[in-house]
Design a protein around this ligand. Structure first.
Ligand SMILES: CC(C)(COP(=O)(O)OP(=O)(O)OC[C@H]1O[C@@H](n2cnc3c(N)ncnc32)[C@H](O)[C@@H]1OP(=O)(O)O)[C@@H](O)C(=O)NCCC(=O)NCCS
Length: 174
């Protein structure tokens, strides 16, 4: 398997579920975060933190006794950030059905150096057409996030400048 992909698996236990046997969403989200972490550490060869989760979707319920397999793959790399696609599949072991897609999400992980500051990671090797399409979709989410951050910063600055101008304005003569 390629270096940018990491897989983990686990059988769901009663402590992870509600009284009806449905596994809590948070349990699976924790597994997803964990596999995204392992995948991005392998890629960056350094510590990483989760900065963002996009498009988290629950497609199918998961029950006690199901085998849950999480597959994480780096699909886009910016400068210090990596977008990791996490696909969760579920299989009822007693019925031996084929695994089915249960959850999906895109995790943005940021590589940190020994001082806890973001550091550059190597560019992603995009090989197949599928990789290229996933990379371009990742780039669009990355650029949309950057644009939203710039807009929020500009709006905050404009608000601050407006408040300062109001406070320093000469009071009108009576
Ligand atoms: C993620 C973190 C290290 C970014 O620090 P920062 O000072 O904002 O760093 P920068 O602005 O230089 O951004 C670094 C990279 O992170 C990306 N990034 C930062 N915040 C982001 C967000 N909310 N969503 C997506 N990407 C983000 C930037 O786009 C940038 O990517 P690039 O280098 O590929 O261009 C910092 O916000 C942090 O520590 N957050 C808490 C992380 C954490 O504790 N996670 C565990 C969850 S409890």
């Amino acid at each position: 398997m390629e270096q940018s992909t990491t897989v983990t698996g686990s059988v769901m236990m009663p402590s992870q579920a509600n009284p009806n046997g449905n596994v809590f969403g948070g349990e699976i989200m924790k597994m997803m975060d964990s596999v995204a972490y392992a995948c991005s550490v392998r890629y960056a060869h350094s510590n990483v933190v989760t900065a963002r989760v996009d498009e988290l979707e629950f497609h199918k319920p998961i029950f006690i006794g199901d085998l849950v397999t999480c597959t994480a793959k780096v699909v886009f790399v910016g400068h210090s950030s990596m977008e990791v696609f996490v696909n969760v599949e579920v299989q009822d072991l007693e019925r031996e059905d084929n695994p089915e897609r249960a959850l999906t999400a895109y995790f943005t992980m940021v590589a940190l150096d020994r001082n806890g500051r973001p550091h550059a990671v190597r560019p992603l090797d995009v090989v197949t057409e599928e990789d290229r399409a996933a990379f371009e979709a990742g780039r669009r989410r990355y650029e949309a996030h950057k644009a939203a951050k710039r807009e929020a910063a500009a709006a905050a600055l404009a608000k601050k400048n407006g408040a300062t101008a109001k406070a320093t304005a000469t009071p009108a003569k009576k």
